[in-house]
Ligand binder design. Structure first.
Ligand code: NAD
Length: 499
């Protein structure tokens, strides 16, 4: 059926919401029987009760994951067999496209068109890509002398805890699951309490695809309860965390207080988008930054929220960016034409409005948006907002807002642009726009970020690593490098006797 003609409201009214844990292949209530209510940010509607997992539930999930690992029913399968199961898992995700997209939209507010076009496909492709890699990555033999053989092999860690945020719930889960499962680990996933439903559905689909029970478990719940219990667990070997820098710090602390488990943090960002006066197609640069920032309601870790523009072209640039705002006006996420949807909850709404107030108070000039929208809907919407005249020491330039708020900072020369772009505790992504090839390379090298885009911001692919410098994290999701996080490197020396 053509997705544009589907009545998503009717589907939403009929949707099924199962918030129970999935442990050892079974759906079950939290052991203490507790739940919390999950509401949709679209209109405040109650979607259902979600299991409030606590340490006892995490213990049960980790025990199941450990038993699955020790039994070798997954890790002991030939890589080609694991590949087959994960390929079927990917196909199951695609087969459930409409259902998963709807759950994602209802759960966290992004437009249905993007859940369909981006989130489901990217999650499926991630699993399929790591499935393919499972039987194509070779180990090494070291170039040692004639009387010995040194094998350098990668072995699964064992039990991986994955703790993920709400902004791309399925994709963030898939970025952990793909490499962790392909390498033969067992996983306990703790989705955000703000977006638990697709993770639970993914685990059901994995079982249907033939993943043995206990290999992929999901414990929903709050961060300070289920999340903390997982990160402190003595029998979890590694934590793949994606979320805020504030909680990422805690992950390191939890590891230090428990078993020194490996911690891989993928954290926040305040990415700089640097436009030089020699870039001829100012309109393309301005439209790109608007699209990249307002996409997903500005709730993207890599959103280019600090826009540095050479003073000589700034007026024109600001004009074009501000003119993009109407195209991104928030609307009903269940309408297939909507580009920008709802913020995830009331807390996030207040946070974003608080930053807008701070922008005004510190003297930045609001040239588009700036207000709450669609109040009558009962949901949480904010207009696409652009501040001009921002300086890098203002709060809106320093802190991650995680909403549709752009800060435009003017600069006079290249040295100043690089200095300001790097003057941030974050280093996730950056972008440089210049028609001068020397300058483009020079600045790309100078920018302290895990990914630097040149004359674009849209390219993205599972084949390339994703992660940050500085307080944007360590480790990398995506690409073959992600295997580093979920495998131990082993050296095995064998003696070879001479004749
Ligand atoms: P968050 O840090 O509040 O929560 C992330 C996860 O951690 C959730 O599952 C939450 O329940 C859990 N958690 C919270 N407190 C915890 C605690 N005390 N102990 C254990 N677990 C805890 O982040 P969020 O608001 O869900 O997500 C937004 C953040 O994620 C932004 O900073 C964004 O930049 C970042 N992010 C980064 C990337 C990346 O790849 N670098 C991708 C997406 C989002």
């Amino acid at each position: 059926m053509d997705q544009a003609t589907i009545d998503w409201h009717a589907r939403a009214a009929a949707a099924r919401f199962d918030g129970r844990c999935l442990i050892d292949g079974q759906r079950r209530e939290a052991l203490a029987g507790e739940t919390f209510d999950k509401h949709s940010p679209i209109d405040g509607r109650r979607l259902g009760a979600v299991a409030r997992g606590r340490s006892a539930d995490v213990d049960a999930a980790v025990a199941a994951a450990r038993a699955a690992f020790d039994s070798a029913r997954w890790t002991g399968q030939p890589p080609a067999a694991r590949k087959g199961v994960l390929q079927r898992f990917s196909e199951k995700i695609l087969g459930a496209r409409d259902e998963l997209a709807l759950l994602e939209t209802l759960d966290m507010g992004k437009p249905i068109r993007w859940s369909l076009a981006v989130d489901v496909g990217a999650a499926a492709r991630t699993i399929a890509w790591y499935a393919e890699a499972a039987d194509k990555v070779y180990d090494e033999i070291a170039p040692t002398g004639p009387n010995a053989l040194a094998l350098i092999t990668r072995e699964p860690m064992g039990v991986v805890g994955a703790i993920v945020p709400w902004n791309y719930p399925m994709i963030m889960a898939a970025w952990k699951l793909g490499p962790a499962l392909a390498a033969g680990n067992s996983v306990v996933l703790k989705p955000s309490e703000k977006s638990p439903y697709t993770a639970l559905r993914l685990a059901e689909l994995a079982l249907e695809a033939g993943l043995p029970p206990g290999v992929f478990n999901v414990v929903p719940g709050y961060g300070h309860e289920a999340g903390e219990a997982l990160a402190l667990h003595m029998d979890v070997d590694a934590i793949g965390f994606t979320g805020s820098t504030r909680v990422g710090r805690r992950m390191l602390d939890y590891a230090g207080r428990s078993n020194l488990k490996r911690v891989y943090n993928e954290l926040g960002g305040k990415s700089a988008f640097v436009v030089f006066e020699d870039f001829a197609d100012l309109e393309r640069a301005a439209k790109t930054v608007a699209g990249s920032l307002f996409f997903n309601q500005g709730e993207s870790c890599n959103a280019p929220s600090r826009v540095l523009v050479h003073a000589s072209v700034a007026e024109r640039f600001v004009e074009i960016v501000a003119a993009q705002a109407p195209a991104w006006q928030p609307a009903d996420p269940l309408d297939a034409a909507t580009e920008m949807g709802a913020l995830v909850d009331e807390t996030q709404l207040k946070t974003v409005l608080g930053y807008i107030d701070a922008g005004h108070a510190e003297g930045a000039r609001c040239v588009a948006g700036g207000r709450q929208a669609r109040v009558e809907s009962g949901g949480y919407y904010v207009e696409p907002t652009v501040f001009d005249g921002v300086s890098n020491d203002m709060k809106i330039a320093r802190e991650e807002i995680f909403g549709p708020v752009m800060s435009i900072i003017r600069f006079e020369d290249e040295a100043e642009a690089v200095k300001v772009a790097n003057a941030s505790p974050y280093g996730l992504q950056a972008s440089v726009w210049s028609d001068n090839i020397n300058r483009a390379h020079r600045v790309a090298r100078a920018l302290r970020a895990g990914t630097v885009h040149v004359n674009q911001y849209d390219e993205d692919d599972i084949t390339v690593p994703f992660g940050g410098y500085k307080q944007s994290g360590n480790g990398r999701d995506k690409s073959l490098h992600a295997f580093d996080k979920y495998t131990e490197l082993k050296t095995t020396w064998l003696r070879i006797d001479p004749i």
